[in-house]
Design a protein around this ligand. Structure first.
Ligand code: DOR
Ligand code: ZN
Length: 356
């Protein structure tokens, strides 16, 4: 039996408030525990988005009642909330900026809107940027100009990992994460070009799945990558199979088995997983130690991934039917067995806000 520290996922979409038919604080934290994740940092693009004291309190009050693992909530950068967001920094996981995708009120169309956030957000907490390709280069330039840390969410392209590498070599305070789906899946036919003109809605995700060359570049540059993060973004299967499929994959219950399978294929090491899912996220996001917390894994257990066995409410996974090696047997969180052999053993409300 392999013993790992409680894993930290710095990129999770909970969907509560606002879209609890996809997921809520209860189901997402059960999914986390079943996946060996004992702490999640949660994204602000809920309905309403989390961008001021009132909405942060709204999310945290739901979490306090329902969460079963530990957590912290990001605040979102909007066009005119830089001062407000900075004033909430001690209570938040960090500041999330959406620099190219548009997410309602968290929309930053013009680069001059980025400036006050880079100026005001306290430097001891990182800014996390959803920025792809050239907007990632712009985000790194801002970090250099304001001499402050920036964490790039879900890098997926060869050009991105190589630029982050160069920026690090030049002393810019940049860190980055990669998601399992960008390590294990490549780009399908675009939506509309599948059989019958549809059918690839399930593969829609942002950043999009990339080419084989991009995937290979991520594997070749694992030393540049600071964290593994799921970007757990649950949508119901009916939504994914609709005319207008929303982008996003669930990931909390598949990240560890996929990575352990890569260990068994000699593509990764156990110390590499610990560094990227515990040591580095703790350092980057200034996260506290969770005492008496660990995960027990049966490294030799081989099984097939099935959404029907998962705790996430979304009801599907892009890895359905994959054969993996490495199963989470038991999770102990702050001295209490939270998960054992497929059963969640802690109540709603056991989870703690690590910024409290
Ligand atoms: O695929 C994605 N889904 N990418 C994002 O950045 C947002 C996410 C979501 O919230 O569904
Ligand atoms: Zn995300």
């Amino acid at each position: 039996m392999l013993k790992l520290p409680g894993l930290i996922d710095p990129h999770v979409h909970v969907r509560e408030p606002g879209q609890t038919h996809k997921e809520d604080w209860d189901t997402v934290t059960q999914a986390a525990l079943a996946g060996g994740v004992t702490m999640i940092l949660t994204m602000p693009n809920t309905k309403p988005p989390i961008f001021d004291a009132e909405t942060l309190d709204l999310a945290l009050s739901k979490a306090k009642k329902k969460a079963r693992c530990d957590y912290a909530q990001f605040v979102g950068a909007g066009p005119d909330n830089a001062e407000m967001a900075a004033s909430l920094a001690d209570k938040a996981a960090g500041l999330k900026m959406y620099l190219d995708s548009t997410f309602g009120q968290l929309r930053l169309d013009d680069m001059t809107l980025w400036q006050p956030h880079f100026e005001k957000y306290p430097k001891q907490y990182p800014i996390v940027a959803h920025s792809e390709s050239r907007s990632m280069a712009a985000a790194i330039l801002f970090a250099a100009i304001y001499d402050r840390p920036i964490h790039i969410a879900h890098i997926s392209l060869r050009e991105e990992v190589l630029l982050v590498k160069a920026a690090k070599e030049h002393g810019i305070k940049v860190t980055c994460e990669v998601c399992p789906h960008h390590l294990f899946l490549t780009s399908p036919l675009p939506q509309g070009e599948g059989p019958g003109g549809r059918g690839n809605g399930r593969m829609e995700v942002r950043p999009r799945l990339a080419t084989k060359e991009d995937v290979e570049a991520l594997w070749e540059n694992l030393d540049v990558i600071d964290c593994f993060a799921t970007d757990h973004a649950p949508h119901r299967l009916e939504e994914k199979d609709s005319e207008n499929p929303p982008p996003g994959f669930p990931g909390l219950e598949t990240i560890l088995p996929l990575l352990l399978t890569a260990v068994s294929d000699s593509r990764l090491t156990i110390p590499g997983i610990i560094q990227k899912m515990y040591t580095n996220p703790r350092k980057i996001f200034s996260l506290p130690e969770q005492n008496e917390t660990w995960v027990e894994v049966d490294e030799d257990a081989e099984y097939e991934i099935h959404a029907s066995e998962m705790f996430s409410r979304c009801g599907w996974t892009p890895f359905e039917g994959w054969k993996v090696k490495g199963k989470v047997r038991k999770v102990v969180l702050r001295g209490k067995t939270a998960f054992e052999d497929g059963i969640i053993l802690v109540e709603s409300g056991y989870g703690k806000n690590v910024r409290e």
